[in-house]
Design a protein around this ligand. Structure first.
Ligand SMILES: Cc1cc2nc3c(=O)[nH]c(=O)nc-3n(C[C@H](O)[C@H](O)[C@H](O)COP(=O)(O)O)c2cc1C
Length: 195
């Protein structure tokens, strides 16, 4: 297939954040990724999403906060286990955090769900754009995405959702293919004449 967009869509695979290595996207590449990110379907042009860019220093600062919250919530946890949490935000060269900023004044016409789904599209566009620029990426959440302390340190109020921690970097090898859904289990034709 010559169409590169289709090829990217059909071959994209997440690369585990721990396997993402330097270099991360340069300034121009990051700008492309971010422009692709915010060019998503957005009912009512609400722009109900925000993206934060964390370089290595910020990733490390976030890790310290996450480690502290994890320790507080898991007093029995070993130092090794806490260190895993501290290291998580720093796994890759670049971390983008996508949050949903729904406008509740518009919920009558554009329900909250639709506004959140648009943020998920932001995450997916980041993955696709990264892949198209020959970077690997992984969309993660985990407990930290739902922690009010973590949200607070990132400058978000409780009701704001972290939709994704997206890690981006180079991948040394192409990841193995993952088992994919059985087409017929997912896709069917609906035809009201069939009754
Ligand atoms: C909203 C969301 C949150 C996710 N959070 C995690 C996570 O915390 N940990 C994880 O291992 N995978 C998580 N994943 C799955 C990976 O991002 C990825 O989809 C999975 O490894 C499959 O790889 P693929 O994209 O090549 O199919 C999440 C996916 C989505 C859509």
């Amino acid at each position: 297939m010559k169409n590169s967009t289709i090829n990217h869509l059909l071959t994209r695979r997440s690369v585990l954040a721990k396997n993402l290595i330097e270099p991360g996207p340069n300034k121009e590449e990051l700008e492309i990724i971010l422009n692709a990110a915010i060019r998503v379907p957005d009912h009512g042009r609400i722009e109900p999403w925000r993206i934060q860019i964390l370089n290595k220093r910020s990733q490390s600062s976030l890790g310290k906060v996450i480690g502290g919250v994890f320790k507080k919530n898991n007093p029995e946890a070993s130092e090794k286990r806490i260190q895993i949490e501290i290291d998580k935000p720093s796994l890759s060269p670049l971390l983008l955090i996508v949050t949903s900023y729904p406008d509740n004044n518009r919920f009558d016409k554009i329900p909250e769900l639709e506004q959140k789904l648009s943020s998920a599209a932001v995450c997916q566009n980041i993955l696709i754009a990264s892949h198209a620029l020959n970077y690997g990426a992984q969309w993660l959440t985990g407990w930290a995405a739902y922690s009010k302390e973590v949200k607070q340190i990132l400058g978000h109020e409780d009701f704001i959702d972290i939709i994704g921690f997206i890690h981006i970097g180079k991948s040394e090898k192409t990841p193995n293919e993952r088992k994919r859904p059985v087409f017929d289990a997912i896709i069917s034709k609906w035809d009201d004449n069939q009754k």
